[in-house]
Design a protein around this ligand. Structure first.
Ligand SMILES: [Ca+2]
Ligand SMILES: [Ca+2]
Ligand SMILES: [Ca+2]
Ligand SMILES: [Ca+2]
Length: 449
């Protein structure tokens, strides 16, 4: 039989059939998209989700066994989606903000077909914020009308926010009206225009608007006892006003080989003649201390002193003195040409207890033959010592030994005392009455210097 069909054609036909067969089998394996992702966690509208969240979804199927990749999208609103990242696994870790609503969805792709989106979901993270810690310092707890109180809240802290981001506001008298706006500036000053005790309130707010308050008390007085001229004259009640115009108050006067004391020319003129000793001249003033603040002031001129020992000789005020058969207890505030001395003298124990023996050079002291005004002020359990109106020392009050107030004169020294004023300090004249008693005297003390 004659072969009418050339072999080459048969070969070509065969090749064609093979190719058709191949293309037919490819059509059977048609590309399909992965299955739509089903979101698992957080569930729709879930709340209190830990901000450190692992988003989870059901793994998609791909019939073609293509490798699939998930794109994770989220935002605080369901638009302008942010791509958090891509993963081959059906979960994704996100570190979110606390107490915040988030929307999310997953888009899955097999790399061959258009990607498939999940539905959107919304959830809210747990409020992991902790409140700030409110704290502030005040420059002084007690001041007076002129005092600029400085308040400093830079001690406020927060676990989430740096202190510099925390906002504060102040109510200086806790009257419910805030006196400042919210501010990150932590320091503020305030001057009060009325004498009173005030509660200062601070509120601190963190970036999550969590607010915490704290309070402190300040006292505003009419005056500052540490400033000499600051007390209004209406606050001084006379206890004893002695100008030495006469000796109606019966100060010690007389003359012997230990001392000379006389009142003349409106002055108490007293001299100590005993070497190595000082001489005290005193008057008893009863009930001065009990429940009251007071001031003792004297204007004293040293007119003569032993040139050789002058710098060791001090003369001035004594107070709280008890004259005992053996030993004397008293306090003194004395001076010489350029130094003052403030001490607690208890000649029985020969100790100064909790007092130091204060010696100090002072430019405030006027030279010999000039008056010096020496002031002892006790206010709120504190002593303030002034020379010519300038404060030279503060010291905590200490209980008197006795009630005598007067003068101490150093060896071979003469002092002229122009006046001795004793006042109570306070608003009212109520309280225990203080006055001078008829008891007065003088005594010789061995010089401890
Ligand atoms: Ca596929
Ligand atoms: Ca916080
Ligand atoms: Ca206020
Ligand atoms: Ca006088």
């Amino acid at each position: 039989m004659k072969n009418l069909i050339p072999k080459s054609i048969i070969n070509t036909l065969f090749l064609f059939l093979v190719l058709v067969g191949v293309s037919c089998s490819k059509e059977d394996e048609k590309q399909v998209q992965p299955s739509k992702p089903i979101l698992k966690f957080p569930t729709e509208l879930e709340i209190d989700v830990n901000p450190e969240v692992d988003l989870q979804w059901q793994a998609s199927n791909d019939e073609n066994d293509d490798e699939i990749e998930y794109s994770v999208y989220y935002n605080k609103s369901p638009n302008n989606w942010i791509l958090a990242g891509k993963t081959n696994y059906p979960y994704y870790h996100l570190n979110l903000e606390s107490n915040t609503t988030y929307y999310w969805y997953i888009s899955v792709s097999d790399g061959n077909t258009p990607s498939v989106d999940s539905d959107n979901r919304v959830f809210k993270t747990l409020n992991t914020n902790t409140p700030p810690v409110a704290s502030f310092k005040v420059s002084q707890e007690t001041g007076w009308l002129e005092t600029k109180f400085e308040f400093d809240a830079s001690e406020c802290t927060d676990q989430q926010d740096p202190t510099s981001d925390l906002k504060v506001r102040w109510d200086f008298e806790n009257d419910g009206t805030w006196d400042t706006e919210w501010s990150t500036d932590k320091t503020v000053t305030h001057k009060y225009d009325k004498v009173d005790n005030y509660t200062v309130k601070l509120e601190v707010k963190d970036s999550e608007d969590e607010i915490v308050a704290t309070e402190k008390q300040v006292t505003v007085n009419l005056f500052d006892p540490a400033v000499y001229g600051n007390i209004p004259s209406s606050y001084f009640q006379n206890v004893f006003i002695e100008n030495f115009n006469d000796n109606s108050n019966k100060w010690y006067t007389g003359e012997d080989d230990e001392k000379i004391a006389k009142i003349q020319n409106g002055q108490y003129e007293i001299t100590c003649l005993q070497e190595g000793r000082e001489h005290l001249f005193w008057h008893k003033v009863v009930n001065l201390v009990e429940g009251s603040d007071f001031q003792i002031e004297s204007k004293i001129k040293i007119t003569h002193s032993d040139a050789n020992s002058f710098h060791d000789m001090f003369s001035g005020l004594i107070w709280g003195h008890k004259n005992k058969p053996v030993g004397n207890g008293y306090f003194n505030f004395k001076f010489n040409v350029n130094r003052f001395r403030i001490s607690d003298e208890n000649s029985e124990s020969d100790t100064y207890d909790d007092w130091s023996d204060y010696y100090e050079t002072s430019n405030y002291i006027n030279n010999i033959e000039n008056y010096n005004t020496i002031t002892i002020r006790k206010y709120n359990n504190q002593y303030y010592f002034f020379i010519n109106g300038e404060k030279v020392l503060e010291h905590q009050f200490k209980t008197f030994y006795g009630e005598n107030i007067g003068f101490s004169i150093g060896y071979n020294t003469t002092c002229k005392i122009d006046y001795l004023y004793i006042n109570k300090i306070g608003k009212t004249k109520s309280g225990i009455h203080s006055n001078i008693s008829t008891e007065s005297g003088s005594c010789s003390i061995k010089n401890n210097d």
